[in-house]
Structures are given as structure tokens and as C-alpha cells.
Design a protein around this ligand. Structure first.
Ligand SMILES: [Zn+2]
Length: 447
């Protein structure tokens, strides 16, 4: 008998903030491609007695993130110690947030399958990154340059229902942090990292939300949008097979093998972790002021789903088109420039959007005005070759000096002649075609 199963997916997304200095000290936070262990001090090394000094800008960036996703702000928030032992954390605890994080709740709004869907969040909190471990054959090296870099974690509710939805969710967070200018969100470099929790539950008939299963599998090392989707698809396949044999998948942590496209066991018998969180006695609680929150709220840019809504509603573009246009930074920038030139008939916008998305060779390297003129020319219809030749003939007859100059090797005379021809054709001729014809008309210069 085959069961009808539904995936229960939750994601934890981490991203490093683009601050100048680390979270609790003044060491540089820019740690990529730096010589190992060159950006350190007693605070980020976790030496006894070193006192943390919170980074104001990192707190503001986290507040902006919480505002963008509509989370409830805890005006009174604290930092806590999350206790665990691992070599990347020499002081034995990570400074993080637990009881009173900066943001609680909120949602990530994705445009998925033609409609907007809100993925509710558990919380948005700020913590310090750990050192980086590099594993070698018989040893592990530790680079502390990353230790103490401000790190935001966004924790979703377990309400994501498919691997492609998970991918859309991660892409959306990536997009928002880049629009906010608070992180480069580079998954390859590791400045954005994520873990997925996935289990499968029997689908309920009356459309009710499925009950959370009493196991869950955590998948780590997912460092691209594509891998998130692949790893989750693999897990669905793997867990379905186990469940259909009447057994229950084990609660465990798995890694993702990029080459084989499969997940593999890292640690089994995961139990609820006891981190013994408690307020960090070295960091006083924070109380946010309304005037500061107002100032930050004014810094919020237009958010991706707001722009998408506008294009869907006012410009009648198809949703996939809107999604691509808003997602692709170069295309979006060019599209904005085109729109800012104004006076475009609304009916021409879907066509323009289509060219920008699907035919980049028709606009890359062009100014918006050149592009619009080109479209205009297409609308009026191209000039016939017979007429073009006639105009070229006229110009060559008339501009004897320029023709002589060109034949004596002054190549910039060609530009002048081209200009005259383009003026007479009122821009209806293709520049490349015209130049080819003009050259063959003038002849004899190439050898
Ligand atoms: Zn430091």
C-alpha cells in the first residue's frame, strides 16, 4: 500500500553581515582570502577576561532585516551564552540570542507557482560566527579570522512543503539581504549558509495541516540554491522508502555529497540539545528607542515582493517574467532605467520585458536611449536595401572631402559619413549593415 506523504521542511538560514568590524571587538570583519589568524584580539579569540563590546551597526542591520520581513521587534532584547564544546569556539560558548531575540515572527513572502505565499518565521536573531575549521588528513587547522564576525540567523516555521518552495524561500532571503545592502549573501564563500530540517507526514484527507512527525532529519552543507532542492528531493525519496516499509527514519544529521547528489549520515541519535542558555553578564540589555526605529524604518528600500506586486498589477506581466526581472540584478537595473525614461505605452512593456529577460544580446552594452531608439526603428520598419544604397550614393557624391580622407587612411572619416547616412535614414537603417555597404561602396581602403 502506498502512503500519501507530505514533506515538512524548516530552514535555518545564516548570513554574515557586511560590517567593517566584528560583532564584539574592533578586528576587521572582512575575512575572505586573508592570511589565517591575522585578524584577532583577546575578545574574538575568547581569552578569559576579555570584554565584548557590541557592534551598533550590526544591531541596526539585524533590525532592518526584522523590519523587512515584518517581524515583531523586541525593543528590549538581550544577548545570551549558548554553551557547547567544539574546537571552533574556544571560550566554550557562542554569544547568541534565545529568549529575547531582536525579531520574533514575521514572514518571508515568496512568489511561487503564480502566487504570493508567506512562509512564517520563528525568529530573527544576531550572534557571532565561529572560527573556521580546515580538515586535513590527520589534523584540523583553525582560522580565527572568522571568529566573532556578526551573523544573522533566520529560522522558519516548519511549513515549507516542497524542495522547490524551499529553494524559492532561500533565494528570497538572499535577494532581500542584498537589497538591504547588509550582506553579500555569497553561498560559495560561505557568507550565507543553511541547514534544512525535513521529515514526512501522512497527508490528512480533510486538508488539515499534517501533524509534525516525531523524528526529523537535519541536512547540513547546503551551499547553493540548487543543492538545497537536490538534497531535499533526495531525502524525500530516501525517507519515503523507509516509511513505506513500515519503519520510521532515524533522527540524525546528514551531510550532502555534491558529486553524488545524495545525503549521507554524519551523526546519529540526535537528542534535543541542551545549550544552557543564560544572559551574558558582560553585555547589558538593550532598549531600543522609537526615534532610532523610525530612522531605520526610513532606510528600508522597496522590497522585492512590493516591486513584483506592482509589475503584476500595473504592467500585466506574466508572473515568471516578473520573478526573473526582479531577481536578475542586471536586467532589473536596465528595466528600471527604461521605465525612468517614461512615456512608454503600457502595451509595449511586456515586449520590452521579454527582450530584457530573454535576449540580453539585444540590450547589453547599450544605453536605454539607444535601446528605445532601436525599438522605435523596428516599429517603423527597416529601410529597404535599395533605398539605403541610394542614400549612401548621395552621401558619397556629396561628401567628397570625407571620402578622400577615408581613402587616404583617415578612418574617422568613416564615422562622419555614417553619421550623415544615419541622419538621412532617420535611424531606420541597421548600423552594421550600413557600415558594411558603405565600405564596399568606398572600396579599396582595406588593402
Ligand atoms: Zn577581535
Amino acid at each position: 500500500m502506498s502512503l500519501s506523504l507530505i514533506p515538512i521542511i524548516g530552514l535555518e538560514v545564516h548570513f554574515e553581515l557586511k560590517t567593517a568590524t566584528k560583532m564584539f571587538c574592533r578586528c576587521s570583519a572582512d575575512h575572505f582570502h586573508r592570511s589565517p589568524n591575522t585578524q584577532l584580539c583577546p575578545v574574538c579569540l575568547g581569552l578569559p577576561g576579555a570584554l565584548p563590546m557590541p557592534n551598533q551597526r550590526a544591531i541596526e542591520m539585524t533590525i532592518l532585516t526584522a523590519m523587512a520581513f515584518g517581524a515583531r521587534l523586541n525593543k528590549h532584547f538581550i544577548f545570551e551564552r549558548k554553551n557547547y564544546f567544539y574546537p571552533d569556539l574556544p571560550k566554550g560558548y557562542q554569544i547568541s540570542q534565545h529568549q529575547l531575540p531582536i525579531g520574533r515572527g514575521g514572514a518571508v513572502r515568496i512568489l511561487f507557482d503564480g502566487q504570493f505565499k508567506d512562509i512564517p518565521l520563528h525568529d530573527i536573531h544576531l550572534e557571532e560566527d565561529t572560527a573556521k575549521l580546515e580538515h586535513h588528513a590527520a589534523s584540523a587547522w583553525i582560522d580565527f579570522n572568522r571568529s566573532g564576525v556578526p551573523l544573522v540567523e533566520i529560522v522558519s516555521q516548519p511549513v515549507i512543503r516542497s524542495p522547490s518552495e524551499a529553494k524559492a524561500y532561500v533565494k528570497r532571503i538572499h535577494q532581500v539581504v542584498r537589497w538591504l545592502g547588509i550582506s553579500d549573501g555569497d553561498m560559495e564563500k560561505g557568507s550565507m549558509r543553511l541547514e534544512a530540517n525535513i521529515s514526512l507526514a501522512p497527508q490528512l484527507r480533510n486538508g488539515q495541516e499534517p501533524k509534525l512527525p516525531d523524528y526529523r532529519v537535519e541536512v547540513k552543507n547546503l551551499n547553493s540554491f540548487r543543492f538545497v532542492e537536490k538534497a531535499l528531493n533526495y531525502e524525500i525519496h530516501r525517507q519515503t522508502e523507509i516509511l513505506q516499509k513500515g519503519r520510521q527514519p532515524k533522527q540524525e544529521t546528514r551531510g550532502f555529497d555534491v558529486k553524488k547528489g545524495i545525503t549521507f549520515l554524519q551523526r546519529s541519535k540526535e537528542v534535543a540539545k541542551d545549550y544552557r542558555y543564560f544572559p551574558d553578564p558582560d553585555i547589558p540589555p538593550f532598549d531600543l528607542q522609537d526615534k532610532d526605529l523610525g530612522r531605520l524604518r526610513r532606510q528600508l528600500p522597496v522590497l522585492p515582493w512590493q516591486e513584483e506586486e506592482e509589475y503584476l498589477k500595473n504592467y500585466h506581466l506574466k508572473w515568471q517574467m516578473v520573478k526573473t526581472l526582479v531577481e536578475n540584478e542586471k536586467a532589473r537595473h536596465f528595466w528600471h532605467e527604461i521605465l525612468s525614461k517614461g512615456k512608454l505605452p503600457k502595451s509595449s512593456l511586456p515586449k520590452i520585458a521579454n527582450i530584457i529577460i530573454n535576449k540580453p544580446d539585444q540590450w547589453q552594452g547599450m544605453t536605454p536611449l539607444m535601446f528605445l531608439r532601436g525599438l522605435e526603428r523596428q516599429r517603423e520598419g527597416r529601410i529597404e536595401t535599395g533605398e539605403l544604397d541610394k542614400i549612401i550614393g548621395q552621401v558619397v557624391d556629396k561628401e567628397k572631402k570625407a571620402v578622400d580622407d577615408y581613402r587616404r587612411g583617415k578612418t574617422n572619416a568613416l564615422g562622419y559619413l555614417m553619421g550623415q547616412i544615419m541622419r538621412l535614414t532617420k535611424g531606420r537603417a541597421d548600423a552594421q549593415e550600413t557600415q558594411k555597404r558603405l565600405k564596399s561602396w568606398l572600396g579599396g581602403n582595406d588593402d
